[in-house]
Design a protein around this ligand. Structure first.
Ligand SMILES: [Ca+2]
Ligand SMILES: [Ca+2]
Length: 342
């Protein structure tokens, strides 16, 4: 049973502010986050300090049993909230992770369950104050056109058939502030249990320049295989190599407290597609160590005793064989360990 008003009958008119993005790469840093020239790591273990973040709409900082959290929306109907970095981050590749907890879910039912509407992880170049509409628009879509130039990753807890939601609890990778997944979209996936079961959830979002990968679970251990993958060109989509990163949410006929507990954003894909060293024996008196030539910026190092930090650069000649860098090393007695360091 569809209980939500259609989009054209939604009574609110939130707007997306038009503040121009600036280049902040030469500005300063505050205690809650880590900032380095040329690249930005946002690291919030909690939200006691929200410097470098803009809270919009119904979003507030509140003290809970989890400590200070960003509460994007509360368990009331028809709210919309967002939080975004005030310092633009680079989007050519990145690794992000965050924790969230959704409590007090209630209100109407989408025919499957109550509680709405979940949250979204957003990367966008519109404004640090960007805010979409409530309900199934999840704070990133809707009136007038959603957060254009954006990547919108849904943790969706309400079945909106008008948006081609696959079910009442799914991940979705959307773009350009459009909540409609389209018919039979391959970029949604059902998740069990429900995101709004009151438990602590962990999420990982990585982009290696080719694919966005999303994982979420209650274990706190990043799975080997992501829940959902979507190929896209982030720089083209966003229209910029820099963007604001954050979260949004909405409530409607159903509602819930949507809390973000922690957040990390590293604007390098540090956890995805790390190069792997391979060792092979080519003769009785030498070995070959190889790694992908795509591992730009890495240096091969060696150590004879792992517990020490006495890693030294390997100075043997590097040969390029096909798509591999290769180093031949004479065998010696004793242990020898190798790593790639960037
Ligand atoms: Ca939905
Ligand atoms: Ca959805």
């Amino acid at each position: 049973m569809k209980t939500r008003p259609k989009a054209d009958r939604l009574p609110l008119t939130p707007v997306i502010a038009g503040i121009q993005m600036r280049n902040f790469f030469a500005t300063c840093i505050v205690a809650a986050s880590v900032f380095r020239i040329g690249a930005i790591d946002y690291i919030f273990n909690n939200f006691t300090n929200t410097a470098n973040l803009a809270l919009n709409g119904n979003a507030v900082v509140t003290n809970t049993a989890d400590g200070f959290v960003i509460r994007l929306v509360t368990s009331e109907g028809w709210e919309t909230g967002s939080v975004f970095s005030t310092l633009p981050v680079q989007v050519s590749s990145f690794s992000a992770n965050f924790k969230f907890r959704i409590t007090n879910s209630g209100g109407g039912s989408d025919g499957i369950d109550s509680g709405a509407d979940g949250l979204a992880f957003i990367i966008q170049a519109v404004s640090t104050n960007a805010l979409g509409s409530y309900g199934g628009y999840l704070g990133y879509a809707g009136i007038p056109a959603g957060i254009t130039n954006s990547i919108d990753i849904e943790f969706d807890t309400w079945y909106n058939p008008e948006f081609h939601d696959p079910d009442s609890n799914h991940l979705g990778i959307n773009t350009n502030g459009v909540a409609d997944h389209g018919v039979g979209s391959p970029y949604t996936v059902h998740v069990d249990p429900r995101f709004d079961d009151g438990n602590l959830w962990f999420a990982w979002v990585d982009y290696d320049g080719t694919n966005v990968q999303v994982s979420a679970n209650e274990l706190g251990v990043r799975p080997q295989s992501p829940n959902l993958i979507r190929p896209l060109n982030a720089t083209n989509l966003i229209g910029n190599t820099n963007a604001f990163v954050g979260f949004s949410s909405g409530t409607g006929d159903g509602w819930e407290n949507v809390d973000v507990l922690s957040f990390e954003y590293h604007d390098n894909a540090i956890a995805a597609n790390l190069p792997v060293l391979q060792v092979s024996s080519i003769s009785t008196n030498s070995i070959t160590i190889s790694w992908p030539i795509s591992a730009i910026g890495f240096t091969l190092q060696e150590n004879s005793y792992l517990p020490t930090t006495n890693w030294i650069d390997v100075t043997n000649t590097i040969n390029v064989i096909g798509d591999q860098d290769q180093v031949n090393i004479p065998t010696t007695s004793g242990n020898r360990f190798y790593r790639l360091k960037r």
